[in-house]
Design a protein around this ligand. Structure first.
Ligand code: ASP
Length: 405
């Protein structure tokens, strides 16, 4: 996409978001009637996710050439994910202990929401077992990205060791990847309308809870938002500058379309096609790095979600007057990190994973009901930070020596 058209679309997306917000507040019924346009935009994004993830991971792995490089790149990528997620949880834990947003808040609405009770976060073992798909078509059909990634890494890896027989297959997936990226460009043209309809619909549906943002749950929301801002505007840009060797503000502007889409869809996986386009085409990150780091990151690297898990768990403890020891807070640190790894890249997945964190330190699951009212909003904020963290990861890994020889 040329710079000028890209800028026009970005302005269109921001205008769409603002109009959607105002429309949702004042023209609720109309906004609900055009919500289907947003659903179509979202469907179009989801439509390309499975072929994009499979093709880009396969060509990402095969383009590394030497299979040993994959191990090193994967190790560095995981180290980046864990370090940044750990930083962000730490910021969350420090803030929630300083601000203490839960003190004096009555536990109104405390019950386990139906969709959380029925799904549950599962255990860590479930997350590990889920890595190996028993049926890749089934995993693709149900949008389980992580098992697909495992298969694509394996498939790409063996393509590099079967010699000439693998070459046409690699060329085939290169073609698929290029074609899907073209479709992504077409979808982006519709983003302003899609964003207007999605934001308008969600605000119209949640008008009643908007006041909760400023009242009872205000300090909690503020704690999460301050934490996200610190992570997104200090920690991550510093890492980008020092390790990714890019200018953070410029990089941020170029990510505008992806970040706006993340905020609108509350789904890192639905945003992935646009994240890839912004990182590769606009920020000129090595596509070999982007095509490996971004799909994996969308699924397991969620800095915003991890921070939110920790803040929410400690907020719930404060509401119930439970004083958590340092030991218990260390457990929250680790479980919040793992919960973010296990959370699917879809809306509200973080809320479902709260069960894992709360159970680990014996906090009442009913607490999830208290924070439910404003989760639709915080979900959008944390997803935006999740996508920002992934995009910086691609730049950082793109600077490692495996990609600079
Ligand atoms: N919606 C988030 C994402 O897709 C996950 C979460 O609920 O925290 O990144």
């Amino acid at each position: 996409m040329t710079g000028r058209i890209g800028n026009i679309i970005l302005i269109g997306m921001i205008t769409g978001a603002v109009l959607g917000l105002m429309g949702g507040l004042w023209l609720g019924d109309f906004m609900l009637s055009i919500k289907f346009l947003g659903t179509m935009f979202l469907n179009a994004l989801k439509m390309v996710v499975v072929p994009l993830v499979v093709a880009s991971i396969i060509i990402g792995v095969t383009s590394l050439g030497d299979i040993r490089k994959l191990g090193r790149t994967a190790g560095k990528t995981l180290a980046y994910y864990m370090a940044t997620t750990g930083f962000s949880v730490l910021v969350g834990i420090i803030l929630v202990n300083l601000i203490r947003p839960g003190d004096g808040v009555p536990p109104i609405g405390a019950e386990v929401p139906e969709f959380v009770a029925s799904k549950g976060g599962g255990t860590i073992v479930d997350v590990i077992v889920g890595l190996v798909p028993d049926n890749i078509v089934g995993a693709a059909a149900t949008g389980q990205i992580l098992p697909l990634i495992v298969f694509a890494v394996l498939f790409g890896g063996v393509l590099t060791v079967i010699g000439d027989k693998g070459k046409p297959v690699i060329a085939f997936f290169e073609g698929i990847n290029a074609a899907i990226m073209k479709i992504v460009l077409l979808i982006i043209y519709f983003a302003p309308i899609g964003i207007l309809a999605l934001i308008g619909g969600i605000v119209a549906e949640n008008r009643a809870s908007v006041d909760k943002l400023i009242t009872a749950l205000g300090m909690y929301s503020l704690t999460v938002i301050i934490g996200l801002l610190i992570h997104a505007s200090i920690t991550l840009p510093l890492i980008l500058r020092l390790l990714g060797r890019k200018k953070p503000f410029h990089y941020f502007l170029n990510m505008g379309e992806a970040l706006a889409t993340a905020f609108t869809t509350a789904s890192s996986s639905a945003t992935l096609p646009i994240t890839m386009e912004c990182v590769e085409e606009k920020n000129r990150v090595d596509p070999r790095s982007a095509s490996f780091v971004l799909p994996l990151g969308a699924t397991i690297n969620m800095d915003g979600t991890a921070l939110y898990e920790a803040v929410a768990a400690l907020f719930i403890a404060q509401i119930y007057g439970i004083d958590l020891s340092i030991g218990a807070q260390v457990i929250i640190f680790f479980t919040a990190t793992l919960a973010s790894v296990g959370a699917a890249a879809i809306p509200e997945a973080g809320l479902v994973m709260m069960t894992l964190v709360l159970t680990a330190v014996g906090l009442p699951l009913e607490g999830i009901g208290i924070i439910l009212a404003i989760d639709w909003f915080l979900d959008r904020c944390r997803t935006t930070v999740n996508v920002w963290g992934d995009s910086i990861g691609a730049a950082v890994i793109g600077q490692t020596k495996e990609f600079n020889q």
